[in-house]
Write a protein that binds this ligand. Structure first.
Ligand code: OGA
Ligand code: NI
Length: 355
């Protein structure tokens, strides 16, 4: 298996430092080609579906809510959930403790500077291609599961409560993901445990990327995060309820998500697209930059065990609908985004066997 190098191809510049230096024009390496700039195509007033999960979490037979989730998965690949069982107070504490981390002096964050080898730590780019056009954002990436990869020494030691709060948040989100996996599995016509078992009975992965998008003097020329689909299984995003920025592709348009207070934004990743034989699609999304406010989001990625072969579930492969994807491990799969950076849906599309 090929692996990634230890170093970035160019010196790392923190976008936050650029932003705080007060420049009025962004450096050329952040300027996107006109076709990728954000002003084109707006989705108008559309919003992704909002689903109250309360009764379904108590009773997996709640047909009405099952149907809402099923439609959202088929038609949008994205939805927001409320009454998901995670305490709003914990959500708020987690977001604020990470905001405090990004507001620490630069030297204290640099201790955790990441490398392309594992991506763990404080980072400012995705992909290792020299001369690539970069995104207007910094991030912190950490492993939560499997336990062999979880190393709290690689999580920030400051602010004091960060490790404890992040641990508690992770426990709650793993629980919620397990419930969502059952719901999706039943909706696909599979047994309650099938999807989870396909991810691995043990050794499944979970990681967190905290995204920090500083203010940008020229938001029309760049993106906070370029268009991509999430390579993993399922993503739970805690967005900033005050500052919009996430856009979801809907046909030829980009729909701006209006975060609902205390909701999580759920989206299907590439591994569920493969397992469901494209009944569910991982949908492209991106983040626009903002001239007046910073924005912080926490993406929690729930992933298959990394060395397990992922392929369309047998029950979803028929003579009318043959397997659309070959088997591949998540370890192999995620090398693509880690090497090339965010590239829309190019990766999962390239897997499709020509017929
Ligand atoms: C991601 C992502 C969206 C956001 O981290 O994969 O899509 O709003 N984040 O920050
Ligand atoms: Ni994403």
């Amino acid at each position: 298996m090929s692996t990634l190098q230890d170093c970035w191809p160019e010196p790392v510049v923190r976008v936050q430092s650029l932003s705080e230096s007060g420049l009025s024009a962004i450096p050329t390496r952040y300027i996107k080609p006109p076709s990728e700039r954000p002003s084109l195509n707006s989705g108008g007033d559309a919003n992704i579906p909002l689903i109250d999960l309360g009764s379904l979490l108590n009773n997996l037979d709640d047909k009405t809510t099952l149907k809402q989730v099923s439609e959202a998965c088929r038609e949008w690949g994205f939805f927001q959930i409320v009454n998901h069982g995670v305490s709003p107070k914990l959500m708020h504490r987690t977001r604020e403790v990470w905001r405090q981390f990004f507001h620490l002096p630069l030297e204290q964050k640099q201790v955790y500077a990441n490398s392309p080898k594992t991506y763990e730590g404080y980072g400012s780019r995705l992909g290792v291609e020299k001369g690539a056009i970069l995104d207007w954002g910094d991030y912190y990436f950490l492993h939560y599961l499997p336990l062999v990869l979880k190393d709290q020494n690689k999580w920030p030691a400051l602010p004091d409560s960060l490790r404890e709060v992040t641990q508690e948040y992770g426990d709650e989100l793993v629980r919620l993901c397990k419930n969502l996996m059952k719901i999706l599995s039943v909706n696909l016509g599979l047994g309650e445990e099938n999807l989870q078992n396909a991810f691995g009975k043990e050794g499944i992965g979970a990681c967190v990327r905290v995204n920090y998008y500083p203010k940008c003097p020229q938001p029309d020329l760049t993106l906070g995060l370029s268009s991509h689909s999430d390579p993993g299984g399922l993503t739970l995003l805690l967005a900033d309820d005050r500052v919009p920025g996430l856009q979801v592709r809907r046909g030829g348009n980009w729909v701006t998500v209006k975060p609902f207070p205390n909701a999580f934004i759920v989206n299907i990743g590439d591994q569920i697209q493969v397992l469901s034989n494209a009944m569910y699609k991982s949908v492209e999304h991106r983040v626009i930059a903002n001239a007046v406010q910073e924005r912080l989001s926490l993406a929690f990625f729930y992933n298959p065990k990394s060395d397990l072969l992922i392929q369309p579930e047998k029950e979803l492969v028929t003579s009318d609908r043959p397997a659309l994807y070959p088997a591949m491990t998540f370890n192999e799969y995620r090398l693509y985004i880690r090497t090339k950076g965010p590239r829309g849906k190019a990766q999962v599309e390239s897997l499709k066997s020509p017929r």
